[in-house]
Design a protein around this ligand. Structure first.
Ligand SMILES: Nc1ncnc2c1ncn2[C@@H]1O[C@H](COP(=O)(O)OP(=O)(O)OP(=O)(O)O)[C@@H](O)[C@H]1O
Length: 474
């Protein structure tokens, strides 16, 4: 189950990450809930409950009085356990509500902290805060008391049950009934019958949460338009990338994001892509990269569909700069080497080409500086390291989303030099950017308009993209 769910769920998170609609934390928690329900306590209780029809007749065989005691206690324990589930649920909801209210108040206070101090509102605010939290505290206290009462009842009933079984066994023996080792063993075994009923509420709750988590994961996994991670490795001779009648929509009910896109990227060609917010630039990049399965048409690198390609192998040929280059954790060298064992020469080569070497040399431990552990990099620094990661191993083709997004003039010049060098060495690139200086490097500039790819500044929108030099248009 974990195998079947984990990969599609993580793929879905990666796919939706840009929109922030699905958080990895929630997905991992859902996976954990399902795993715990199946392999943990709740799973065991389900199996134990399934044993009841076998154990009860056994009890009848031993003595009818034992069977009656068991039946009565199973019923009583199930009722107490359900009551416990109710009171504990109420107490948890109250506690969560309190935490949210106090947290919300804190956040609001922090937001207007300056005004609170400047206008002498602090003592009043503190009074309001205290009275709100003490009113809530009283309610919480009552809920906790209710929980404690039911818990006590639960323990008492369990104790009574054990006592009653022992009492019955002894009584039956003294009354001259048959007492043997089998009989004693059966009595102990029978005590187990009541356990799943004593934890019924807990089991129901766990399974309820797990089945909701399962449904969420299934929904998420069915939403994946992402290509599989494992595929075939094809030879790359020229590095010619072609998109043919490429269309894409996220689901069948929504309109297409891209329609009938035709694009050929020859070696030594740089192609700039423009488009307004939400026009589909990132989606196009992801399609070219084979991360999304096209709804129609296809993307081919030297004649082979990128969506069928083995991801690790394809990554040797295509370097990718995502729009938000979150670098994750690992040393700078590991991050540039895409979390593989870093080859120092290749790492430094990529960093130099990306114009990131000097900034890395200035970090406390240079290339060994751990990222994501207190080392705070500026957006521009992250951008340069992410470009170095894309350049690692000198791939033939670069797909660069929002190139130069957070760079200063010097960084922009470095990136322009990198593009020039790539072209001279026979490589090619497709990039989206809002930087005129980088667009001027492009051999062709195209724009996404109404889900189609048209030459930038074409007749459809004669007033747009005026900053582009004439010779680049169309
Ligand atoms: N996972 C997704 N599910 C559904 N719709 C999505 C998803 N990702 C993007 N979209 C939608 O697809 C459209 C194109 O998004 P995309 O990110 O490709 O645009 P963009 O041109 O890169 O935008 P920007 O320049 O603002 O980053 C947007 O309307 C966006 O809301």
């Amino acid at each position: 189950m974990a195998d079947r769910l984990t990969t599609p769920a993580l793929l879905a998170v990666a796919q939706h990450a840009k929109n922030g609609t699905t958080s990895l934390y929630e997905v991992l928690r859902d996976l954990q809930l399902v795993r715990e329900a199946v392999s943990g306590f709740a799973g065991k209780m389900l199996v134990s409950m399934a044993m009841t029809p076998i154990l009860l007749p056994l009890a009848f065989l031993v003595h009818w009085a034992l069977a009656v005691i068991i039946l009565l206690f199973c019923l009583a324990m199930a009722l107490i356990s359900l009551a416990m589930m109710g009171t504990m649920g109420r107490q948890r909801r109250l506690a969560a509500g309190n935490a949210a209210a106090v947290f919300g108040m804190t956040v609001d206070t922090m937001r207007s902290g300056e005004a609170v101090l400047a206008m002498g509102m602090l003592p009043r605010l503190a009074r309001r805060w205290l009275s709100a939290s003490s009113a809530r505290a009283e309610e919480s206290w009552r809920a906790e008391e209710a929980v404690a009462r039911v818990q006590f009842l639960h323990q008492l009933a369990l104790g009574l049950f054990r006592g009653a079984v022992m009492f019955a066994v002894t009584g039956i023996t003294l009354a001259g009934g048959h007492m043997s080792s089998t009989f004693g063993g059966a009595a102990v075994l029978i005590m187990q019958v009541v356990t799943p009923f004593a934890t019924l509420g807990n089991t129901i709750e766990t399974w309820g949460e797990a089945s909701a988590a399962w449904a969420r994961l299934r929904r998420l996994a069915s939403n994946v338009t992402q290509a599989p991670l494992q595929g075939l490795a094809f030879p790359v001779t020229q590095g010619r990338l072609v998109a043919e009648r490429l269309s894409f929509r996220f689901d069948t009910r929504s309109p297409p994001i891209l329609r009938n896109i035709d694009l050929a990227v020859e070696p030594r060609q740089l192609i700039g892509i423009l488009g307004g917010p939400g026009s589909g630039k990132t989606t196009l990049m992801r399609l070219l990269l084979g991360l999304h399965q096209p709804s129609a048409g296809g993307v081919f690198l030297d004649g082979h569909a990128t969506s069928q390609w083995d991801r690790r192998d394809l990554a040797r040929h295509i370097g990718y700069l995502p729009q938000q280059p979150q670098l994750g954790s690992g040393t700078v060298a590991e991050v540039i080497a895409r979390l593989e064992e870093p080859d120092p020469e290749l790492v430094m080569d990529a960093a130099r080409r990306a114009g990131a070497h000097d900034l890395i040399a200035g970090l406390p431990l240079g290339y060994a500086t751990p990222l994501g552990q207190g080392t705070k990099l500026s957006l521009g620094q992250q951008h340069r390291i992410a470009i170095a990661r894309a350049l690692y191993g000198r791939p033939k083709l670069l797909l660069l989303d929002e190139l130069g997004g957070s760079l200063d003039a010097e960084g922009e010049a470095d990136v322009a030099a990198m593009l020039g060098r790539l072209r001279r060495e026979g490589g090619s690139a497709v990039f989206t950017t809002h930087r005129p200086a980088l667009l001027r490097m492009a051999d062709r500039v195209l724009a996404i308009r109404n889900a189609t790819l048209v030459p930038a500044g074409s007749a459809m929108h004669p007033h747009s993209d005026r900053s582009l030099p004439e010779r680049r248009l169309a």
